[in-house]
Design a protein around this ligand. Structure first.
Ligand code: CA
Length: 528
């Protein structure tokens, strides 16, 4: 892969040559033929690009091979990395479903867009990037998971899952028949990852106004809890033993009190339905038979073994990871279908394709599933962008970027003015291979949802390239991690005299980014 940092050190003419070589290489290894007449990348896209935002729920970078996964191959997501830019350091501002989605739509932190936790209702009256694109002449659509309670606004077409939605034979909601009426509801037979893909492709193929550019949000339910793989993936990984993370049996020493008091352990907080020890509801007889045949032998062995303690935790981990990865494999497979459709129709040439997920997730690290914490596994989001003629194939970008930046990016890519009150920054310069001297050196984070579910304490903090400072505001506790020497974040050094200088620096930086974000919510920082 082309490393962005090494590309940055080259003089401009060498960077252009490097870019041309990369494009030529991409052509030789079978990029869409559309590239043939676009070998020299235009400094600015001439026609307004289409935007296809493919999004999933709870997909950790540790389950994407382009990010170095030790667990799974994701060839179709990897294709976007090969043909575009992979952001190595993309972070959410609040690691939970609804809040991340609200940040993406508005380009504003949770305290500004009003959606602080999953008990919130999204104010659809506020400015969002789909609305602004629609006003600028884009056809806009969203299909799949929405999870913001209120009805979608700013979309010419929407068909979304109610709430979390179902994996099998899901209900789907679409625009009401009358202005003030309830959404139109129907049940669609089949498996949700396939259904969302089919509905999105159907809109692209037969329903949209082809005289306009489009912005389509294709948003999967998978791989969200409870992990119910589709028929096509039920036999994957049978007999596979996955490597355990080093921190599966974390004792939470060396951290603030909340880490030991949470309720999101694989060992103690998973339910039979999380572990496929029960057959999911709302399956038809054929689906039910297929499901039960897939799990019967393993479940029988499990019940006979009567496991407890570490052995039970290990079994839970293996069952959880297998099902999680099966759900991911379904997402990856359908992305292959979507990319193939773009190639076949020639749309690939002028369509920005993005893959991301609302936050990261614990795949057994610290003994956990779920997200919420500012620790790396749930803070980091996958973010891959392929923009033919703009992104250099195989680029890895390590700037600190956030979901806050997505809305400004899509507006800038479409040539639409970015409202002054959006708090993120357009990634377009990074996508073009530039490295703005004034790019952010740290990111701000604020999580609110306590106590239920999972009892993760509220906290806010700052992360730069080397360290992370977290203030558990309700608990009045600090954590400070040296990310280079303690990448798994096991030993807080906030009280270590040797770290007093870095602690003071980060504390000032946290006050600064919090003021910059205009955040006065939560318990204020103590005076030094
Ligand atoms: Ca999520």
């Amino acid at each position: 892969m082309t490393s962005r940092s090494s590309a940055q050190t080259l003089p401009p003419i060498h960077r252009v040559l490097l870019r041309l070589l990369a494009m030529l290489f991409a052509l030789l290894v079978g990029m869409p033929s559309a590239w043939a007449d676009d070998v020299v990348p235009a400094p600015r896209a001439t026609a307004r690009p289409n935007i296809l935002f493919i999004f999933s729920d709870d997909h950790a970078t540790a389950a994407i091979s382009a990010y170095g996964s030790k667990l799974i191959n994701t060839p179709h997501i990897d294709r976007l990395a090969r043909e575009g830019t992979l952001f190595q350091n993309c972070f959410c501002t609040n690691s939970i479903c609804g809040p991340s989605r609200a940040v993406i739509l508005t380009g504003k932190h949770s305290h500004r867009n009003g959606f602080r936790d999953n008990h919130s209702t999204f104010d659809g009256g506020q400015a969002t990037f789909p609305k602004l694109l629609q006003q600028a002449g884009y056809q806009t659509a969203i299909v799949g998971k929405w999870h913001l309670v209120s009805q979608p606004t700013g979309f010419d077409h929407w068909e979304v899952l109610p709430g979390q939605g179902a994996y099998y034979n899901p209900a789907m909601l679409s625009a009401p028949k009358t202005a003030e009426g309830p959404p139109t509801k129907r049940t669609v037979p089949g498996y949700v990852t396939d259904i969302v893909t089919d509905l999105a492709l159907d809109w692209l193929d037969t329903q949209r106004d082809v005289s306009k550019p489009f912005m389509l949000m294709l948003q999967h339910k998978a791989p969200h809890r409870e992990w119910e793989p589709g028929p096509a993936e039920l036999d994957l990984f049978r007999g596979t033993t996955f490597p355990e993370p080093e921190t599966l049996f974390d004792d939470y020493a060396g951290r603030a009190g909340g880490a030991a008091e949470q309720e999101m352990t694989i060992a103690r907080h998973m339910l039979p339905k999380d572990l496929a020890l029960m057959t999911p509801k709302n399956m038809n007889p054929e689906q039910k038979a297929r499901w039960e045949a897939a799990y019967a032998a393993e479940n029988e062995a499990f019940h006979k073994a009567n496991l407890s303690g570490d052995a039970l935790a290990r079994w839970n981990y293996q069952r959880y990871i297998a099902n999680y990865l099966r759900c991911v494999a379904g997402v990856d497979r359908t992305i292959g279908r979507v990319l193939e459709y773009l190639d076949k129709t020639g749309l690939a040439k002028n369509t920005i394709v993005v893959y991301s997920s609302d936050q990261g997730f614990y795949l057994g690290e610290h003994g956990w599933f779920d997200k919420r914490w500012m620790y790396e596994e749930s803070l980091r989001m996958p973010m891959l962008v392929r923009w033919p003629g703009v992104t250099v194939p195989g680029t890895v970008d390590d700037h600190l970027v956030q979901n806050l930046d997505f809305a400004p990016t899509f507006l800038a890519a479409a040539g639409v003015a970015i409202p002054a009150d959006m708090q993120g920054r357009s990634l377009v310069p990074l996508l073009r291979g530039d490295s703005p001297a004034d790019w952010r050196q740290s990111v701000y984070y604020h999580y609110y949802e306590f106590p239920e579910p999972h009892r993760v304490p509220s906290h806010y903090g700052v992360r730069n390239r080397t360290h992370k400072l977290i203030w558990y505001d309700d608990r009045r506790e600090w954590e400070l991690f040296d990310l280079a020497n303690d990448p798994r974040e096991l030993h807080s050094i906030h009280a270590d005299p040797a770290a007093s200088e870095v602690f003071a620096h980060l504390r000032t930086e946290l006050a600064r980014v919090r003021a910059e974000a205009g955040d006065t919510t939560g318990v204020p920082l103590p005076t030094p």
